[in-house]
Design a protein around this ligand. Structure first.
Ligand SMILES: Cc1ncc(COP(=O)(O)O)c(C=O)c1O
Length: 401
Protein backbone atom coordinates (compact mmCIF):
# COMPACT_ATOMS: atom_id res chain seq x y z
CA UNK A 1 0.00 0.00 0.00
CA UNK A 2 1.34 3.42 -0.95
CA UNK A 3 1.57 6.51 1.24
CA UNK A 4 0.42 9.90 -0.02
CA UNK A 5 2.75 11.76 -2.43
CA UNK A 6 2.71 14.72 -0.04
CA UNK A 7 4.56 12.68 2.58
CA UNK A 8 7.31 11.67 0.15
CA UNK A 9 8.23 15.34 -0.28
CA UNK A 10 8.46 16.06 3.45
CA UNK A 11 11.86 15.32 5.01
CA UNK A 12 12.40 13.72 8.39
CA UNK A 13 14.27 15.77 10.95
CA UNK A 14 18.00 16.08 10.23
CA UNK A 15 18.73 16.30 13.93
CA UNK A 16 17.67 12.74 14.67
CA UNK A 17 21.12 11.12 14.40
CA UNK A 18 22.68 13.52 16.91
CA UNK A 19 19.71 13.32 19.27
CA UNK A 20 19.86 9.53 19.22
CA UNK A 21 23.55 9.62 20.07
CA UNK A 22 22.83 11.92 23.02
CA UNK A 23 20.05 9.65 24.27
CA UNK A 24 22.32 6.59 24.05
CA UNK A 25 24.98 8.36 26.13
CA UNK A 26 22.43 9.48 28.69
CA UNK A 27 21.10 5.93 28.93
CA UNK A 28 24.65 4.84 29.85
CA UNK A 29 24.57 7.32 32.73
CA UNK A 30 26.91 9.82 31.02
CA UNK A 31 26.30 13.50 31.85
CA UNK A 32 25.68 15.21 28.57
CA UNK A 33 25.81 18.98 28.02
CA UNK A 34 22.72 19.65 25.95
CA UNK A 35 22.81 22.96 24.09
CA UNK A 36 20.00 22.13 21.68
CA UNK A 37 17.06 23.68 23.55
CA UNK A 38 14.60 25.59 21.41
CA UNK A 39 12.77 26.83 24.47
CA UNK A 40 13.52 29.07 27.48
CA UNK A 41 14.96 27.20 30.44
CA UNK A 42 12.81 29.29 32.81
CA UNK A 43 9.53 28.25 34.38
CA UNK A 44 6.31 29.82 33.19
CA UNK A 45 5.81 32.88 35.46
CA UNK A 46 3.70 31.94 38.51
CA UNK A 47 0.87 34.42 37.83
CA UNK A 48 0.38 32.84 34.39
CA UNK A 49 0.50 29.29 35.74
CA UNK A 50 -2.05 30.24 38.41
CA UNK A 51 -4.41 31.59 35.77
CA UNK A 52 -4.30 28.16 34.13
CA UNK A 53 -4.98 26.41 37.43
CA UNK A 54 -7.85 28.79 38.10
CA UNK A 55 -9.34 27.99 34.70
CA UNK A 56 -9.36 24.28 35.57
CA UNK A 57 -10.79 24.87 39.04
CA UNK A 58 -13.54 27.05 37.62
CA UNK A 59 -14.44 24.38 35.09
CA UNK A 60 -13.27 26.39 32.09
CA UNK A 61 -12.38 23.12 30.41
CA UNK A 62 -14.62 22.90 27.38
CA UNK A 63 -14.42 23.87 23.71
CA UNK A 64 -14.10 27.58 23.11
CA UNK A 65 -14.75 29.54 19.95
CA UNK A 66 -12.53 28.05 17.23
CA UNK A 67 -10.49 31.25 16.82
CA UNK A 68 -10.06 31.86 20.56
CA UNK A 69 -11.94 33.43 23.45
CA UNK A 70 -13.08 36.99 22.64
CA UNK A 71 -11.16 38.59 25.53
CA UNK A 72 -7.89 37.00 24.38
CA UNK A 73 -8.40 38.09 20.76
CA UNK A 74 -9.18 41.58 22.04
CA UNK A 75 -6.04 41.64 24.20
CA UNK A 76 -3.91 40.43 21.30
CA UNK A 77 -5.32 43.21 19.07
CA UNK A 78 -4.45 45.71 21.82
CA UNK A 79 -0.94 44.25 22.15
CA UNK A 80 -0.35 44.53 18.41
CA UNK A 81 -1.42 48.16 18.54
CA UNK A 82 0.64 49.02 21.60
CA UNK A 83 3.86 47.10 20.82
CA UNK A 84 3.87 47.05 17.04
CA UNK A 85 1.73 49.98 15.89
CA UNK A 86 -0.56 47.60 14.01
CA UNK A 87 -4.32 48.10 13.72
CA UNK A 88 -6.33 44.90 13.85
CA UNK A 89 -9.84 44.16 15.01
CA UNK A 90 -10.31 41.03 17.18
CA UNK A 91 -11.98 39.37 14.15
CA UNK A 92 -8.64 39.49 12.36
CA UNK A 93 -6.91 37.44 15.07
CA UNK A 94 -6.80 33.64 14.97
CA UNK A 95 -5.52 31.97 18.14
CA UNK A 96 -4.02 28.55 17.49
CA UNK A 97 -2.10 25.72 19.14
CA UNK A 98 1.27 27.45 18.89
CA UNK A 99 2.88 29.69 16.30
CA UNK A 100 3.86 26.57 14.39
CA UNK A 101 0.21 25.91 13.65
CA UNK A 102 -0.31 29.57 12.78
CA UNK A 103 2.41 29.38 10.10
CA UNK A 104 0.84 26.26 8.61
CA UNK A 105 -2.65 27.81 8.76
CA UNK A 106 -1.27 30.83 6.91
CA UNK A 107 0.37 28.69 4.23
CA UNK A 108 -2.76 26.59 3.76
CA UNK A 109 -4.75 29.80 3.39
CA UNK A 110 -2.59 31.56 0.79
CA UNK A 111 -0.48 29.08 -1.21
CA UNK A 112 -0.96 25.79 -3.03
CA UNK A 113 0.31 23.62 -5.88
CA UNK A 114 2.40 25.55 -8.41
CA UNK A 115 3.16 28.42 -6.03
CA UNK A 116 6.61 29.37 -4.79
CA UNK A 117 7.41 30.56 -1.28
CA UNK A 118 10.65 32.42 -0.64
CA UNK A 119 12.50 31.33 2.50
CA UNK A 120 15.78 33.02 3.48
CA UNK A 121 18.33 30.46 4.72
CA UNK A 122 19.39 29.68 7.41
CA UNK A 123 15.74 29.12 8.25
CA UNK A 124 13.66 27.64 11.04
CA UNK A 125 13.46 23.89 10.33
CA UNK A 126 9.72 23.70 9.80
CA UNK A 127 9.27 26.37 7.11
CA UNK A 128 10.33 24.39 4.02
CA UNK A 129 8.51 21.27 5.16
CA UNK A 130 5.33 23.19 5.97
CA UNK A 131 5.47 24.81 2.52
CA UNK A 132 5.66 21.33 1.01
CA UNK A 133 2.78 20.10 3.17
CA UNK A 134 0.79 23.01 1.70
CA UNK A 135 1.82 21.57 -1.72
CA UNK A 136 3.79 24.65 -2.75
CA UNK A 137 7.54 24.85 -3.48
CA UNK A 138 10.09 26.41 -1.12
CA UNK A 139 12.60 28.72 -2.82
CA UNK A 140 15.60 28.81 -0.51
CA UNK A 141 17.71 31.96 -0.59
CA UNK A 142 21.20 31.62 0.89
CA UNK A 143 21.93 34.72 2.98
CA UNK A 144 25.18 33.50 4.56
CA UNK A 145 27.32 35.88 2.48
CA UNK A 146 25.08 38.80 3.49
CA UNK A 147 25.37 38.54 7.28
CA UNK A 148 22.40 36.14 7.35
CA UNK A 149 19.94 38.77 6.16
CA UNK A 150 17.86 38.84 3.03
CA UNK A 151 18.95 41.84 0.95
CA UNK A 152 16.86 43.65 -1.70
CA UNK A 153 19.22 42.21 -4.38
CA UNK A 154 18.79 38.64 -3.15
CA UNK A 155 15.04 39.09 -2.93
CA UNK A 156 14.76 40.54 -6.47
CA UNK A 157 16.94 37.74 -7.83
CA UNK A 158 14.57 35.06 -6.52
CA UNK A 159 11.20 36.55 -7.44
CA UNK A 160 9.38 34.79 -10.27
CA UNK A 161 5.91 34.82 -11.77
CA UNK A 162 5.05 32.03 -9.39
CA UNK A 163 6.20 33.70 -6.16
CA UNK A 164 3.13 33.80 -3.94
CA UNK A 165 4.59 34.30 -0.46
CA UNK A 166 7.72 34.99 1.55
CA UNK A 167 8.47 33.94 5.12
CA UNK A 168 10.47 36.42 7.19
CA UNK A 169 11.66 35.74 10.71
CA UNK A 170 13.11 38.48 12.89
CA UNK A 171 14.64 38.01 15.44
CA UNK A 172 15.77 34.89 13.64
CA UNK A 173 16.07 31.28 14.67
CA UNK A 174 18.81 29.96 14.15
CA UNK A 175 21.08 32.98 13.55
CA UNK A 176 19.80 35.53 16.09
CA UNK A 177 19.96 38.33 13.51
CA UNK A 178 17.50 41.19 13.86
CA UNK A 179 16.49 43.23 10.80
CA UNK A 180 16.75 46.98 11.32
CA UNK A 181 13.81 49.20 10.35
CA UNK A 182 15.90 50.43 7.40
CA UNK A 183 16.57 46.90 6.15
CA UNK A 184 12.90 46.01 6.49
CA UNK A 185 11.90 49.19 4.62
CA UNK A 186 14.09 48.23 1.67
CA UNK A 187 12.43 44.83 1.46
CA UNK A 188 9.02 46.41 2.03
CA UNK A 189 9.54 48.76 -0.94
CA UNK A 190 9.95 45.75 -3.24
CA UNK A 191 7.16 43.70 -1.70
CA UNK A 192 4.69 46.61 -1.71
CA UNK A 193 4.70 46.53 -5.53
CA UNK A 194 3.94 42.82 -5.83
CA UNK A 195 1.11 40.43 -5.12
CA UNK A 196 3.05 38.48 -2.55
CA UNK A 197 1.90 37.48 0.93
CA UNK A 198 4.36 38.22 3.71
CA UNK A 199 4.32 35.70 6.51
CA UNK A 200 6.17 37.51 9.29
CA UNK A 201 7.18 35.24 12.16
CA UNK A 202 7.83 37.48 15.16
CA UNK A 203 7.86 34.87 17.91
CA UNK A 204 11.21 36.05 19.34
CA UNK A 205 10.09 39.68 19.45
CA UNK A 206 10.72 40.13 23.17
CA UNK A 207 14.10 38.40 23.26
CA UNK A 208 16.20 41.16 21.81
CA UNK A 209 19.51 42.72 22.89
CA UNK A 210 21.79 45.73 22.62
CA UNK A 211 18.92 48.13 23.31
CA UNK A 212 17.27 47.27 19.98
CA UNK A 213 13.52 47.08 19.62
CA UNK A 214 11.60 44.82 17.33
CA UNK A 215 9.91 46.20 14.24
CA UNK A 216 7.17 44.40 12.32
CA UNK A 217 7.42 44.65 8.53
CA UNK A 218 3.61 44.80 8.51
CA UNK A 219 3.85 48.28 10.04
CA UNK A 220 5.75 49.61 7.01
CA UNK A 221 4.33 50.99 3.76
CA UNK A 222 0.77 49.73 4.34
CA UNK A 223 2.04 46.18 4.23
CA UNK A 224 -0.46 44.98 6.83
CA UNK A 225 -2.80 44.51 3.84
CA UNK A 226 -0.43 41.86 2.53
CA UNK A 227 0.95 40.48 5.76
CA UNK A 228 0.16 37.66 8.10
CA UNK A 229 1.83 38.45 11.42
CA UNK A 230 2.66 35.37 13.47
CA UNK A 231 3.46 35.51 17.17
CA UNK A 232 2.86 33.50 20.32
CA UNK A 233 3.55 32.92 23.97
CA UNK A 234 6.12 30.10 23.85
CA UNK A 235 9.32 32.13 23.88
CA UNK A 236 8.47 35.50 25.51
CA UNK A 237 6.59 33.95 28.42
CA UNK A 238 8.34 30.56 28.66
CA UNK A 239 5.10 28.81 27.73
CA UNK A 240 6.17 26.27 25.11
CA UNK A 241 4.14 23.45 26.64
CA UNK A 242 0.93 25.46 26.83
CA UNK A 243 0.71 25.63 23.04
CA UNK A 244 -0.71 29.05 22.27
CA UNK A 245 0.19 31.16 19.26
CA UNK A 246 -1.69 33.51 16.99
CA UNK A 247 -1.88 35.11 13.59
CA UNK A 248 -3.15 38.55 12.64
CA UNK A 249 -4.17 38.99 9.03
CA UNK A 250 -6.46 40.81 6.60
CA UNK A 251 -10.04 39.65 7.33
CA UNK A 252 -10.46 37.26 4.35
CA UNK A 253 -7.17 35.55 5.25
CA UNK A 254 -8.09 35.34 8.94
CA UNK A 255 -11.44 33.77 7.94
CA UNK A 256 -9.68 31.29 5.66
CA UNK A 257 -7.25 30.30 8.43
CA UNK A 258 -10.14 29.93 10.87
CA UNK A 259 -11.99 27.70 8.43
CA UNK A 260 -8.96 25.41 8.05
CA UNK A 261 -8.26 25.30 11.78
CA UNK A 262 -11.90 24.48 12.53
CA UNK A 263 -11.45 21.22 10.63
CA UNK A 264 -8.24 19.98 12.16
CA UNK A 265 -7.63 21.10 15.72
CA UNK A 266 -10.39 23.59 16.56
CA UNK A 267 -9.51 25.93 19.40
CA UNK A 268 -6.27 26.12 21.39
CA UNK A 269 -6.65 24.65 24.89
CA UNK A 270 -9.22 26.63 26.89
CA UNK A 271 -6.95 26.50 29.95
CA UNK A 272 -3.94 27.77 28.02
CA UNK A 273 -5.96 30.61 26.55
CA UNK A 274 -6.79 31.84 30.07
CA UNK A 275 -3.09 31.63 30.93
CA UNK A 276 -2.19 33.54 27.75
CA UNK A 277 -4.69 36.23 28.69
CA UNK A 278 -2.89 36.66 32.01
CA UNK A 279 0.46 36.68 30.19
CA UNK A 280 -0.62 39.69 28.14
CA UNK A 281 -2.46 41.59 30.85
CA UNK A 282 -0.44 40.70 33.96
CA UNK A 283 2.94 42.08 35.10
CA UNK A 284 5.72 41.96 32.50
CA UNK A 285 8.76 42.03 34.82
CA UNK A 286 9.62 38.38 34.28
CA UNK A 287 9.73 38.86 30.52
CA UNK A 288 12.38 41.52 31.03
CA UNK A 289 14.19 39.38 33.63
CA UNK A 290 14.47 36.48 31.17
CA UNK A 291 15.56 38.82 28.38
CA UNK A 292 18.34 40.22 30.56
CA UNK A 293 19.51 36.74 31.53
CA UNK A 294 19.67 35.73 27.87
CA UNK A 295 21.63 38.86 27.06
CA UNK A 296 24.17 38.13 29.81
CA UNK A 297 24.68 34.63 28.44
CA UNK A 298 24.98 35.99 24.91
CA UNK A 299 27.70 38.38 26.12
CA UNK A 300 29.54 35.58 27.91
CA UNK A 301 29.58 33.26 24.88
CA UNK A 302 30.50 36.07 22.49
CA UNK A 303 33.53 36.87 24.58
CA UNK A 304 34.62 33.24 24.75
CA UNK A 305 34.22 32.67 21.03
CA UNK A 306 35.67 35.87 19.70
CA UNK A 307 39.30 35.78 18.62
CA UNK A 308 39.14 32.05 17.96
CA UNK A 309 40.67 31.88 14.50
CA UNK A 310 39.09 28.54 13.59
CA UNK A 311 35.46 29.57 13.91
CA UNK A 312 33.26 32.55 13.11
CA UNK A 313 29.77 33.77 13.93
CA UNK A 314 27.47 36.75 13.55
CA UNK A 315 26.66 38.42 16.87
CA UNK A 316 23.13 37.32 17.77
CA UNK A 317 21.03 40.37 18.64
CA UNK A 318 17.93 38.39 19.46
CA UNK A 319 16.54 34.90 20.20
CA UNK A 320 18.82 32.52 22.16
CA UNK A 321 21.14 30.86 19.69
CA UNK A 322 24.68 31.17 18.37
CA UNK A 323 25.07 29.98 14.80
CA UNK A 324 28.74 29.09 14.53
CA UNK A 325 30.72 28.42 11.38
CA UNK A 326 32.75 25.30 12.04
CA UNK A 327 33.58 24.16 8.51
CA UNK A 328 37.32 24.69 9.12
CA UNK A 329 37.34 21.24 10.73
CA UNK A 330 35.60 19.54 7.81
CA UNK A 331 38.05 17.20 6.14
CA UNK A 332 39.55 16.23 9.50
CA UNK A 333 39.58 12.65 10.62
CA UNK A 334 38.36 11.44 14.00
CA UNK A 335 38.14 7.95 15.56
CA UNK A 336 34.85 7.21 13.83
CA UNK A 337 35.92 8.49 10.41
CA UNK A 338 36.08 11.59 8.26
CA UNK A 339 34.22 14.73 9.35
CA UNK A 340 32.57 15.97 6.18
CA UNK A 341 29.57 17.98 7.28
CA UNK A 342 27.67 19.47 10.21
CA UNK A 343 25.95 16.20 11.08
CA UNK A 344 29.32 14.39 11.29
CA UNK A 345 30.77 17.20 13.39
CA UNK A 346 27.82 17.41 15.79
CA UNK A 347 27.88 13.62 16.14
CA UNK A 348 31.62 13.79 16.92
CA UNK A 349 31.04 16.47 19.57
CA UNK A 350 28.32 14.34 21.15
CA UNK A 351 30.35 11.10 21.06
CA UNK A 352 33.73 12.39 22.12
CA UNK A 353 32.92 15.48 24.19
CA UNK A 354 29.36 14.72 25.33
CA UNK A 355 28.25 18.07 23.98
CA UNK A 356 25.01 18.11 22.02
CA UNK A 357 24.35 20.84 19.45
CA UNK A 358 22.13 21.06 16.39
CA UNK A 359 23.86 20.56 13.01
CA UNK A 360 23.43 23.49 10.62
CA UNK A 361 22.12 21.13 7.94
CA UNK A 362 18.79 21.21 9.77
CA UNK A 363 18.56 24.93 8.97
CA UNK A 364 19.84 24.75 5.40
CA UNK A 365 23.41 25.84 6.26
CA UNK A 366 25.79 22.91 6.52
CA UNK A 367 28.93 24.89 7.42
CA UNK A 368 27.47 25.69 10.86
CA UNK A 369 26.21 24.30 14.13
CA UNK A 370 23.58 25.92 16.36
CA UNK A 371 24.29 26.31 20.03
CA UNK A 372 21.41 27.32 22.27
CA UNK A 373 21.97 29.48 25.33
CA UNK A 374 18.67 28.55 26.88
CA UNK A 375 20.62 26.72 29.56
CA UNK A 376 22.42 27.62 32.78
CA UNK A 377 25.66 29.57 32.62
CA UNK A 378 27.52 26.59 34.15
CA UNK A 379 26.34 24.26 31.40
CA UNK A 380 27.10 26.88 28.76
CA UNK A 381 30.59 27.38 30.19
CA UNK A 382 31.30 23.64 30.02
CA UNK A 383 29.77 23.41 26.57
CA UNK A 384 31.94 26.18 25.15
CA UNK A 385 35.09 24.64 26.66
CA UNK A 386 34.26 21.32 25.06
CA UNK A 387 33.49 22.86 21.69
CA UNK A 388 36.80 24.72 21.61
CA UNK A 389 38.70 21.69 22.85
CA UNK A 390 37.07 19.51 20.20
CA UNK A 391 37.87 21.91 17.38
CA UNK A 392 41.48 22.41 18.50
CA UNK A 393 42.03 18.66 18.76
CA UNK A 394 40.72 18.13 15.24
CA UNK A 395 42.84 20.87 13.75
CA UNK A 396 45.95 19.54 15.54
CA UNK A 397 45.32 16.13 14.04
CA UNK A 398 44.87 17.70 10.61
CA UNK A 399 48.18 19.53 10.88
CA UNK A 400 50.00 16.43 12.04
CA UNK A 401 48.68 14.20 9.28
C1 LIG B 1 11.08 30.81 14.42
C2 LIG B 1 10.06 30.00 15.14
N1 LIG B 1 8.78 30.12 14.79
C3 LIG B 1 7.82 29.41 15.41
C4 LIG B 1 8.12 28.52 16.41
C5 LIG B 1 7.01 27.72 17.03
O1 LIG B 1 6.59 28.19 18.25
P1 LIG B 1 5.33 27.60 19.00
O2 LIG B 1 5.84 26.92 20.22
O3 LIG B 1 4.49 28.79 19.34
O4 LIG B 1 4.64 26.66 18.07
C6 LIG B 1 9.45 28.35 16.80
C7 LIG B 1 9.80 27.36 17.85
O5 LIG B 1 10.92 26.90 17.96
C8 LIG B 1 10.45 29.12 16.16
O6 LIG B 1 11.74 29.01 16.51
Amino acid sequence: MKLAKRIERVEASKTLQVKEKALQLQAQGIAVIDLTAGEPDFRTPANIARAGIRAIEEGFTHYTANTGIPELRRSIAEKLKKDNGLNYTPEQIVVSNGAKQSVLNALFAVVGAGDEVIIPAPYWVSYPEQVKIAEASPVIVDTSAAGFKLTPELLEAHLTERTRAIILNTPCNPTGVVYSPGELSELAAILAKRDIWIISDEIYEKIIFDGLSHRSIASLQNLSEKSIVINGFSKSYAMTGWRVGYAAAPLPVAKAMAKIQSHYTSNASSISQKAALEALNGPQEEVEFMRREFEKRRDYIREKLSDQPFLSFVNPQGAFYFFIKVSRVYGCRCESGLIQNSIDFATYLAEKYHLVTVPGAAFGADAYIRLSFANSLEQIQLGIERLLEGMRAMLRQKQES
